[in-house]
Ligand binder design. Structure first.
Ligand code: PLP
Length: 397
């Protein structure tokens, strides 16, 4: 008999992982699949970061680390947050974790009581909804419109807050849309929260360095918001370090201590060698990160250009990350005579099976009218993929 807990049964499998599985099945049958479903840089980790990890092994950094990370790394993160983000946290406010994913899980597990609501800016990163559910909270989705670059307005936020609201959660730049909240937009959202002093903000800034404009603003930089904003960030995206598993959060001492306590019972400190690599990343030359951002910008423009030739794709301009999330609902209700497309999953599967390009259905991000394309891929793959997609979509009537 299966006796799994309700907690785990409530949890959905990650749609991005499910899509990767289907793509692998096709590949096993000998099909060449172009994978635009991945949420990770296609670049190598910069050499100076790799060198620091090799050095860490040779220097014998092979023991358990403090739960919240090496003091030197936490200090470097606090310094970075002051330098780049105007956040006034000290090393004791930083908890280093096994990826930003664990940082988010730590915060939500430490903040939520059963039934507490979290306002999630939608389209949202898939994992948000699931962690909130595991923490027995209630996700409250608030959808930004494509016309507003998928960003949530102050009016929408105001309408979503109830006496049960414990936190709001968003990513900027956003996964899956690439939208970036400007200073004015963040200020207007913060103004709504003035009337709700008990509501926290969880700001996921993991794509901070993958940005196509000069200014990046953290909500915690506003004086009146500083102690209410938990900032989550990490090394996966900006430094091409997904496999190293290092992320962090910055929070008031009482909350950082609670996260330390939880993490101490779950996983302990993240990999000692990866922490040494992360230290080299955060204190080192940012030029490789900026070069990667430039490459993503070029590819964004390439993909947008190619999408102009595809009938029925509604686009907008992503300002960061490496995703574009066009509205493709023009195709819903259409058929190639064999398959009828009714939603984002149908269209995704149609494209995978016929064009051999893997994408992620918008439904996974709370927006069934859209598909997520990652442009963390070579120009050649992007061009071939878009041509194949155009061809198979022309068969739908
Ligand atoms: N937050 C967002 C919005 C992401 O897209 C991702 C990764 O896809 C993460 C957090 C997790 O990053 P990490 O690899 O540091 O766990």
């Amino acid at each position: 008999t299966q006796v799994l807990s309700e907690r785990i049964n409530r949890l959905a499998e990650s749609a991005t992982i499910a899509m990767a599985k289907k793509a692998r099945e096709l590949e096993a049958k000998g099909q060449a699949v172009i994978k635009l479903n991945f949420g990770e840089p296609d670049f190598q980790t910069p050499d100076h970061i790799k060198a620091a990890a090799k050095q860490a092994i040779d220097d014998g950094f092979t023991f358990y680390t403090p739960v919240s990370g090496y003091p030197q790394l936490r200090q470097a993160i606090a310094d970075k947050l002051k330098r780049d983000n105007g956040l006034k946290w000290e090393a004791e406010n930083i908890v280093v974790s096994t990826g930003a994913k664990q940082s988010l899980a730590n915060v939500l597990m430490c903040l939520l009581n059963p039934g507490d609501e979290v306002v999630v800016f939608t389209p949202y990163w898939v994992t948000y909804r699931e962690i909130i559910k595991v923490a027995e909270g209630k996700p409250v989705m608030v959808s930004g419109s494509l016309e507003n670059n998928f960003k949530v307005t102050p009016e929408q936020l105001k309408a979503a807050i109830t006496p049960k609201t414990k936190a709001i959660l968003y990513s900027s730049p956003s996964n899956p849309t690439g939208s970036v909240y400007s200073k004015d937009e963040l200020r207007a959202l913060a103004d709504v929260l003035k009337a709700h002093e008990d509501v926290f903000v969880i700001a996921d800034e993991i794509y901070e360095y993958v940005i196509f404009q000069d200014e990046y603003v953290s909500m915690g930089a506003f004086e009146d918001m500083h102690d209410r904003v938990v900032t989550v960030n990490g090394f996966s995206k900006g430094f091409a370090m997904t496999g190293w598993r290092v992320g962090y959060l910055a929070a008031p001492t009482w909350l950082a201590s609670a996260c330390d306590k939880l993490q101490g019972q779950f996983t302990s400190g993240t990999c000692s060698i990866a922490q040494k690599a992360a230290y080299a990343a955060i204190t080192g030359d940012l030029a490789p990160s900026h070069d990667m951002a430039k490459a993503y910008l070029r590819r964004r423009d390439l993909v947008l250009d190619l999408m102009k030739d595809i009938k029925g794709f509604k686009t907008y301009l992503p300002d960061g990350a490496f995703y574009i999330f066009p509205d493709v609902s023009y195709y819903y209700g259409k058929s190639d005579g064999e398959n009828t497309i009714n939603n984002s999953i149908d269209l995704c599967m149609y494209i995978l099976n016929n064009a051999h390009v893997s994408l992620v259905p918008g439904e996974a991000f709370g927006a069934d009218n859209c598909l997520r394309f990652s442009f963390a891929a070579s120009d050649e793959d992007l061009k071939t993929a878009m041509q194949r997609i155009k061809t198979v979509l022309e068969k739908l009537n």
